[in-house]
Design a protein around this ligand. Sequence first.
Ligand SMILES: C[S@@+](CC[C@H](N)C(=O)[O-])C[C@H]1O[C@@H](n2cnc3c(N)ncnc32)[C@H](O)[C@@H]1O
Length: 356
Amino acid sequence: MNFFSRDKKTAFEAKDTAQWIAFGPVIFQVARVLRNSGILKVIEESGSAGLTNEEIAEKVSLSVYGVRVLLESGLGLGLVLVNDKRYTLGKTGHFILNDPLTNVNMDFIHDVNYKGLFYLDESIATGKPVGLKELGNWPTVYEGLSQLPKQTQKSWFDFDHFFSDDAYPKVLPLIYKNGVKKLLDIGGNTGKWAIASAKYSADISITIMDLPGQLDVAKQKIEQLGLTKRISFLPVNLLDETVKVPKGFDVIWMSQFLDCFSEEQIVSILKRCYEALDENGKMCIMEPFWDRQKYETAAFCLQQTSVYFTAVANGNSQMYSAEVFIKCIHEAGFDIVEEKDHIGLSQSLLTCKKRK
Ligand SMILES: C[S@@+](CC[C@H](N)C(=O)[O-])C[C@H]1O[C@@H](n2cnc3c(N)ncnc32)[C@H](O)[C@@H]1O
């Protein structure tokens, strides 16, 4: 489905959208503050009766002036409605307040990206994540993940897990079919997939390969669960081209991992996977591709997430289209033997084998 081949807006609608873009940061912050200050919540609780500006100000312990500025901006956004000076919740306000996807995206944008995005032009010009300096002094955000301030770290992990968590139960039976027993989880992060795998079947063993900071967190969790006999750890930086991928695995699994790298880096990692697998081995890649989405809003979320990689994460990667990504797989010497789209919220699963 190509959502992007035709301009669906009238000129009037397009000029309206252009104003939403021009005021984008204002709109974003107003919606966030209306949510975080409790204003949307007290309005929701008031139901169809609604509340006046003064009643809201009293309930959330803010000034009448402050609440008025927020509410009047919120009217323009459709977050709230006003009748006889009483404010009620609009449909968009309902989603800003209650929708898990919206909340995860909003917190990720505010806590991880907002300040860093100011440096987007420099990041595009240099190919470096210039905005990362707002979070800390690392070459990429991944080296800093385990040291991020608490709220920033929470928003990063909530965002990351939101898009893979609901896909895991659906892909576990697909990955562990036909007697797969030994799996290498590259970019296994805090061990969520490894733990889900160990719980899925008693005769599976998993090795997680990731940066040392992430593996320390994974190790702690896995020790607490008593799974250390089944799950082992390989701390590495795969940007170091001398780091090899170990042999002896039935499957190499990479979930939301390769989008952390440029196309050249992806090909380099995949070539190392090629060296590691034998002719029966499989490489399974789960990624959310923006050009494989069922809904335009899902494609939109992924297209906008790309900019985090540019300005904050590493300066050279993105949420890829399947078209660009699959070229890297072929270049590394693999054929795709199976493709499955629309898994969970947004994922696709590509099963690959070495080209004969
Ligand atoms: C977006 S997370 C994916 C987590 C998990 N696989 C999932 O499905 O949610 C990407 C992971 O890749 C790891 N990573 C990024 N750059 C890396 C590198 N240069 N070497 C090793 N691991 C890296 C990060 O530490 C992080 O755990």
